[in-house]
Design a protein around this ligand. Structure first.
Ligand code: B1M
Length: 208
């Protein structure tokens, strides 16, 4: 399989082909970083199609699953070859909120962009977000909320992160009821309406 076929396997969510293609490319002596680029290109194409309304949540989910399974195969070679993730980020759904489908989608898209993701889960208290950031050394944190009643927990989390002296940590917020205006109001550094935009926003914030 050539690497463009590997990219297509991710785009089409063909997880068996993505895993077999990754294995074959490594066995044939391809550089792990080149294989990674081919996989990332697949997720970027899915991102482009999502923005163009050519694909929807199910297609993104199966592409992300193919990407994840291929990454499981590739990861040991990447580590051996010294290829490091672009950044480390924490993500979680805020206190009181159990919705995790959108949050998981953002986490998968971030992983697909070569970002190491520490998923703190759902119903994460402000204190636990602070702890997760401190323990992982993340420079970006993503907060998700799906309920109007849990949006205030987003504000409390931003305040707790700032109060802990983590002023260099960038905060991205998102979720159906969240808006750019709300992000501005609570002092978040970024807002993303969907999982694809969350990748663009994360890259923008990492770049400073
Ligand atoms: Co709930 N729920 N739910 N629910 N639920 C909503 C959100 C609701 C709009 C339904 C409705 O009434 N029409 C409503 C909220 C009303 C409001 O506050 N405005 C609601 C309610 C009221 C509730 C309960 C209170 C119901 C009850 O018990 N009375 C309860 C609360 C439980 C709790 O959290 N404490 C509840 C429970 C549940 C289930 C457990 C049954 C289940 C969640 C399962 C799970 O997540 N594992 C559930 C579901 C599935 C939904 C709906 C149907 C679907 C949500 C979803 O997964 N969408 C939802 C109605 C709807 O949206 N149509 C609803 C798909 C997902 C891909 O989209 O999560 O929006 P979304 O994520 C998007 C973007 O928002 C964005 O990117 C994602 C992909 O593009 N995004 C981010 C999300 N997080 C981001 C973070 C980022 C950036 C972008 O940066 C960090």
């Amino acid at each position: 399989m050539d690497l463009s076929e590997l990219t297509q396997a991710v785009v089409n969510g063909k997880r068996n082909d993505a895993v077999a293609g990754t294995t074959a490319a490594l066995d044939a002596g391809a550089e792990p970083s080149t294989v990674l680029d081919a996989l990332i290109a697949g997720m970027e194409e899915i991102g482009r199609r999502w923005k163009a309304n050519e694909v929807f949540v199910p297609e993104v989910l199966i592409a992300a699953r193919a990407m994840k399974e291929a990454m499981d195969v590739l990861e040991p070679s990447l580590i051996e070859g010294g290829v490091k993730p672009e950044a480390t980020m924490v993500i979680g759904t805020v206190k009181g909120d159990l919705h995790d489908i959108g949050k998981n989608l953002v986490a998968m898209m971030w992983k697909g962009a070569n970002i190491q993701v520490h998923d703190a889960g759902t119903n994460v208290s402000p204190e636990d977000f602070v702890k997760a950031i401190q323990e992982s050394g993340a420079k970006v944190v993503g907060l998700s909320a799906l309920l109007t009643t849990t949006m205030p927990a987003m504000k409390e989390t931003v305040e707790a992160i700032r109060a802990a002296g983590l002023s260099d940590v960038k905060i991205i917020v998102g979720g159906a009821p969240v808006t750019q205006a709300y992000a501005d109001e609570i002092g978040a550094d970024g807002y993303a309406a969907d999982a694809v935009t969350a990748v663009d926003k994360a890259r923008e914030l990492i770049a400073g």
